[in-house]
Design a protein around this ligand. Structure first.
Ligand SMILES: Cc1ncc(COP(=O)(O)O)c(C=O)c1O
Length: 479
């Protein structure tokens, strides 16, 4: 039996619940190679007694590990670390993390929609719910007095200092990404972070792996930075990693762009096994991974799988996040989490195009993170969006089950729908005639699939707009 008492220490001042502290510690032990695949975990009663905790807490921690794909129960034998996880080489305690890579070195845009009150978009938040009043009130108060002086006169070249600090602790408690202010750069939305990452990493002609279907603004940033897109098919667990390895074997790869929490646009989640294999591939073939976690906070069925950045031990990941889906996209606050040297390079580049960001809004957001206002808002928003998702999906299923295929998304703000007989360009025209604006993208490779957002519509709007959508589809099918 491992010395569980010294491995798992519970910090009562940590804002994470105890069961999450336990599951995070076990994940970290697996990542460091100190708990290996196939390892038999102690029974919940035994571990509860050893740690002097309630057995329910251990069961919750085990549930979390199973939900995230790290552990499995084998009937009549017990709880085991999954066999299907790749082997992790043990890393001696205290070894410093080195920089492993030298750093110096088809889609049509959204259709014009008619002026219409009825709109279905491709997955945006409901601006009417966002805590904008509170943000503005806080912005007003932080621009006064001594705080105001430091906010208004400070040199916030890498982002407002309190936001960088509070964000570091927010990432630690919500995503098990443990860093400091030196790992964080504040940007104008994640789009700027994506651009800075590629502009810093790439030389002309460097190959970058992306999904065949991808976030086209990321594709554009890669190409603008001189990169060559290497498109890999997206399957039902994210990018096809066998194809990724083949590409890396055939010619060197500099970087890869992924959205593993909900693959954009198809919304699938990358399982833990694939995340670990991807990190291994990055190490073996020496490339960086840009992990765009644009909607991490929205998950409806279970807690989310932790980001790759939380299990990265070799600075392979540049992690990018945004407040666009929590506040609104027009409040431009995003961030990058990476090694201090990458942050330094990207920060210097940011200063050339935008010296200071928006210190007042950033400081106001910092306050809302530290007084848990963002957390409280997210709890409410997740419940609201979950009921919107359920209504939208049930209406689509009821009326169109023979014509469309979709999986109910585990999180996020959109459903990826594939039609049997309907082309998306025709559907947009048909919907326009009924005064329903479809503010969605049309993808080159799949003219019969698209994203439909559900989060920005109230339940009444979903009823009305989905009826119009169904009618527009039926008109096309009747032709
Ligand atoms: C894949 C992806 N990344 C990032 C973003 C957020 O962009 P920003 O933070 O620049 O508003 C979006 C917004 O829709 C997105 O779809």
């Amino acid at each position: 039996m491992l010395p569980w008492k010294s491995i798992i220490s519970i910090n009562r001042t940590d804002t994470r619940p105890v069961y999450l502290q336990i599951s995070d510690t076990i994940i970290s032990e697996i990542m460091q190679g100190r708990i290996h695949k196939g390892f038999k975990m102690p029974g919940s009663r035994t571990l509860a007694e050893t740690l002097a905790l309630n057995r329910k807490t251990i069961l919750q921690a085990y549930d979390e590990l199973m939900a995230q794909g790290w552990m499995e129960i084998i009937p009549k034998r017990g709880a085991f670390i999954k066999e299907s996880l790749p082997e992790v080489k043990s890393q001696p305690l205290g070894e410093s993390i080195k920089e492993t890579v030298p750093l110096s070195s088809g889609i049509k845009s959204k259709y014009e929609i008619p002026r219409s009150e009825c709109v279905i978009d491709d997955g945006t938040p409901d601006y009417r719910l966002a805590p904008i009043d509170s943000l503005l009130k806080t912005a007003r108060s932080v621009s006064k007095g001594a705080i105001g002086k430091s906010v208004l006169l400070g040199n916030h070249y890498f982002g407002e200092g309190t936001l960088r600090k509070n964000l570091a602790s927010y990432l630690s408690t919500t995503r098990a990404i443990h860093g400091t202010i030196d790992n964080i750069l504040i940007t104008r939305g994640s789009q700027m972070a994506i651009y800075l990452a590629f502009a810093t990493l790439l030389k002309k002609g460097d190959r970058v792996i992306v999904g065949q279907l991808n976030y086209h603004s990321a594709d554009k940033a890669i190409q603008k930075a001189g990169g060559t897109l290497v498109k890999v098919p997206v399957i039902d667990v994210g990018l096809d990693l066998d194809k990724v390895e083949k590409e890396a074997q055939s010619k060197s790869i500099r970087a890869m762009y992924i959205t593993p929490h909900h693959q954009y646009p198809t919304t699938v989640t990358m399982p833990v096994e694939n995340r670990m294999r991807l990190l291994e591939l990055a190490e073996k073939y020496d490339f960086h991974i840009i992990e765009d976690d644009y909607d991490y906070d929205y998950h409806y069925n279970r807690s989310p799988i932790l980001p790759l950045a939380s299990i990265d031990r070799n600075n392979r990941i540049i992690y990018i996040g945004s407040f666009s889906k929590i506040l609104v996209p027009s409040i431009r606050i995003g961030y990058m989490y990476a090694s201090p040297s990458i942050i330094q390079k990207c920060g210097e580049l940011r200063m050339i195009i935008d010296k200071l960001g928006d210190p007042i809004m950033e400081r106001a957001l910092a306050e809302m993170l530290s007084n848990n206002e963002i957390d409280r808002f997210l709890k409410k928003a997740v419940n609201t969006y979950k009921s919107r998702r359920d209504l939208f999906c049930s209406m689509l299923k009821e009326e169109l089950k023979d014509e469309i295929h979709f999986k109910i998304p585990e999180g996020g703000m959109a459903v990826w729908v594939t039609f049997k007989n309907v082309k998306i360009t025709k559907l947009i025209e048909s919907a326009n005639k009924l005064k329903l604006g479809l503010k969605i993208d049309v993808y080159e490779h799949t003219e019969k699939a698209c994203r439909f957002g559900f989060a920005s519509m109230s339940l009444e709007e979903i009823e009305t707009n989905t009826r119009l959508l169904i009618q527009a589809i039926q008109v096309l099918l009747a032709r």
